[in-house]
Write a protein that binds this ligand. Structure first.
Ligand SMILES: N[C@@H](CCC(=O)N[C@@H](CS)C(=O)NCC(=O)O)C(=O)O
Length: 218
């Protein structure tokens, strides 16, 4: 059976959302980020990314990881694509061209959206969102996101979803963009993108994984 390693409060939520959408059976091992623990090496410590057993699965010491038979993957978006293609039905590609488009959206999410969006997340999480330095970082990150957001806005002017239906492409891009969402003005000039993001986050499967995330300790 397919196994996902990683707590909901991590990028593991991406493949966990895909799995919830397609209702594929899986086993979940909630490995937590070592940096979130006071002493990740204590005998009583929760299963975490610094443990030798986990480093044998992902030498990067990061979550998520996925095992599916003999296949081991350690990149969240590659895991999403794999699950969608193999188990996802219409969430995955129906042709080689669709597979290429989904891969393009995955790379767009990882390279054009996530790096700037995560600066907003980290600054907010560190309690710096209201400090002058934090505000500067967030404004600059929002500026960097304008180009990918314009690209999304253009696309969504003619489409409800990134492909001709809701797919793993929407999950991957929405999850990376979510990191910037705590900055309310981010999407003010991008109403179609805001509507699309809200539609993705209104899906029952997203709400299910989001409540499981909320149930985990912070
Ligand atoms: N590019 C990787 C990044 C994985 C990553 O940074 N995971 C974080 C949790 S969201 C982590 O495990 N951090 C622990 C660490 O870096 O020590 C992916 O998308 O899977």
């Amino acid at each position: 059976m397919l196994t996902i390693y990683g707590v909901y409060r991590s990028r593991a939520i991406r493949p966990l959302w895909v799995l919830e959408e397609c209702k594929a059976p899986f086993s979940h091992i909630p490995v937590i980020q070592a940096y979130r623990l006071t002493d990740a090496t204590a005998a009583s410590a929760a299963l975490n990314t610094a443990m030798p057993d986990y480093l044998a699965i992902n030498p990067l010491g990061q979550v998520p990881a996925m095992r599916d038979g003999a296949l081991l993957l350690t990149e969240s978006l590659a895991i999403c694509l794999h699950i969608a293609r193999k188990y996802g039905g219409t969430l995955g590609p129906a042709s080689d061209d669709e597979a290429s488009l989904m891969e393009q959206w995955a790379l767009f999410a990882a390279t054009a959206v996530e790096p700037a969006a995560i600066e907003i997340l980290y600054t907010t999480r560190d309690g710096q969102a209201d400090s002058p330095t934090g505000q500067g970082i967030i404004r600059l990150a929002a500026e960097k996101l304008k180009r990918p957001l314009s690209r999304l806005e253009q696309h969504l002017a003619h489409h409800d979803w990134l492909m001709n239906r809701f797919t793993v492409a929407d999950i991957m891009v929405a999850e990376c963009l979510r990191y910037g969402q705590s900055y309310a003005p981010l999407l003010t000039d991008f109403p179609k993108t805001a509507r699309w993001l809200s539609a993705a986050q209104s899906r029952p499967a997203f709400n299910t994984v989001w409540s499981r995330r909320a149930a985990e300790p912070e």
